[in-house]
Design a protein around this ligand. Structure first.
Ligand code: IMP
Length: 431
């Protein structure tokens, strides 16, 4: 039975929510394994649009059990805001499972995220300001607070005291901010624990047992490959492993159990925040992509930087994730363009690179080598099979497939749930 990992193949916002949602009704568990409420999935169901940040998008599929794995950092305030928002629209969230080993985002992590960014000035990362980096830093520094700790008053008190001893020095002496009291942190964290209790469990055990019992499990990556702390454009990355390997560590499931790895890739490229992006556009074409593609952040509302499809990055993603399939999203956004350039390689100081340059400075200096493809003007949102697409669109997809290192098994042709062409079943046998 399939254990499918689904990850973003670019810099995020590839439309993972939609791809997950398409599978959601056929999977038994959807697991979030990294990140926190820095993510943003927009899922359109009928006339309703849902913007999810922390909850796995499987929460919208009846019968599917949503799981927040140990690799996630949880802002409890946001979790319950999101739960309340969904419940008020009639979505049942009672089956949600939360790992007792997941870390919580304490209020001081949010504060530190924002003051650190301000302090960095022109060297800032452009984070979402949700406390993600500081929460993961505490985890690695072994001073983090885990969900399970909320149920042990003494331990919780000790941990908050220990953490604040350091943080308050930093906040007061370096950043010139007010100190945060142990009580206010304890109060925020404990205020949610009774509501959280029925959801807390050993999710790694549950998931392994589910796989033993032949259930289908979907591991949904937050952020994306190029934002991965190890494999992305460091330091302009998030603080977790957003690549496929993160599913194993972030959910407690061994690599031998994973049967499929699906990369979501947009028919063009976007990026939020700082850092290099070789195909970024500053002209009318970039505006076309931003406007037609509604490229504004689900989480922060920030306009996204837009550019042409970057096959160097797609190939890199296929490799570091061991992709078995791509889902190509938002092909419809390219409709109406006369010519569509695709970046097939980079040039760095006069040298052609087929693969990602080794270091940060070389990547920042990379300029795209483009190959142009003819566009199409027909509305493609009604296409449900590959043959329904205009020939130029078919050729564009075939060309991407050839240069990106993996087959394109599904193609998004519009924002709606049903606006997708499925060429190969993502839950079926891999190629
Ligand atoms: P952080 O995850 O808030 O620490 O932000 C680090 C970088 O990741 C910034 O460039 C953010 O804009 C980016 N980022 C974080 N989450 C997402 C996402 O879900 N989509 C796109 N970019 C993201």
């Amino acid at each position: 039975m399939p254990a499918v990992v689904l990850i973003g193949a670019q810099w995020g916002d590839e439309g993972k929510g939609k791809a997950t949602d398409v599978l959601g009704s056929r999977v038994d568990y959807v697991v979030k394994f990294n990140g926190g409420n820095n993510a943003g999935h927009t899922v359109v169901v009928g006339d309703e649009t849902y913007a999810l940040h922390l909850l796995p998008s499987g929460i919208l599929s009846p019968g599917c059990i949503p799981v927040i794995g140990n690799g996630v950092v949880v802002d409890l305030r946001v979790l319950f805001e999101e739960i309340d928002g969904l419940e008020s629209r009639g979505v049942d969230t009672s089956s949600l499972l939360v790992s007792s080993a997941a870390h919580v985002i304490a209020p001081y992590a949010r504060t530190l995220d924002n003051v650190t960014e301000r302090f960095l000035g022109s060297r800032k990362i452009g984070t979402t300001g949700r406390g993600i980096g500081p929460a993961y830093a505490d985890k690695i520094n072994r001073i983090g607070i885990r969900v399970g700790d909320l149920y042990d008053d003494q331990l919780l008190q000790d941990k908050i005291e220990g953490a604040l001893e350091q943080k308050n020095h930093l906040l007061v002496k370096v950043y010139n901010r007010r100190a945060i009291s142990v009580d206010e942190v304890a109060e925020e964290l404990t205020s949610y624990r009774d509501r959280l209790a029925p959801h807390v469990t050993d999710t790694a055990l549950v998931l392994n047992q589910a796989l033993d019992a032949g259930k289908t499990v979907l591991f949904e990556g937050g952020q994306a490959t190029m934002l991965d702390v190890d494999h992305g454009t460091y330091p302009f990355v998030t603080s977790s492993n957003a690549t496929a390997g993160g599913a194993c560590t972030g959910a407690g499931v061994g690599p031998t159990r994973i049967s499929r790895v699906v990369g979501i890739v947009k028919a063009y490229t976007t990026r939020v925040g700082e850092g290099p992006m070789p195909t970024e556009l500053f002209d009318a074409s970039g505006e076309h992509l931003a406007t037609v593609g509604h490229e504004f952040g689900t989480t922060t509302g920030r306009p996204r930087r837009c550019g042409w499809y970057d096959a160097v990055i797609a190939r890199y993603s296929a490799r570091v994730n061991g992709l078995t399939d791509f889902v190509l999203t938002k092909l419809d956004v390219l409709t109406g363009l006369e010519k569509i350039p695709v970046c097939v390689a980079y040039e760095v100081n006069g040298v052609r690179h087929e693969d990602l340059p080794l270091d940060q400075a070389a990547f920042a200096a990379a300029t795209p080598v483009y190959q142009e493809f003819p566009g199409w003007s027909e509305d493609i949102s009604g296409a449900r099979s590959f043959e329904d697409l205009p020939e130029a669109a078919q050729n564009y997809v075939r060309a991407l497939e050839e240069i990106s290192g993996c087959r394109m098994s599904a193609i998004g042709v519009g924002p709606g749930r049903e606006e997708i062409i499925v060429r190969h079943d993502l839950l079926g046998e891999p190629a």
